[in-house]
Design a protein around this ligand. Sequence first.
Ligand SMILES: [Zn+2]
Length: 121
Amino acid sequence: MPLHKSPSRARSRHIGRSDQLNRQLFLGFVRTHILLHAIEASICGVEITEELGRHGYRMSPGTLYPILHDLASAGYLKCAPKVESGRVRKYYTGTARGRWALGEAKKRLKELVEEVLDEKR
Ligand SMILES: [Zn+2]
């Protein structure tokens, strides 16, 4: 913790709110990203955290694991434990339903990207 004066209460509240908004706004991106990678290859939580970090999304286990659980309950991912150097890790793999959902997301993404990135608007 830095020793200099902390920001005013109002300012830190504002930062907290925009963080929360960003989290909600980017949640669909994060979910789509997880789905994409789990379809390409089985992936564990640590690897997902690293991959999302590479793209600028900082995910705590408390945020990531409920998302993985949701995607698994929706039938988009299946989860299987794997023993790796004496440790049990849960690996997530995209299902046929997950593949279908990603296909739907791709169609909508394409439309969204075209509209959002249209500089002439
Ligand atoms: Zn990626």
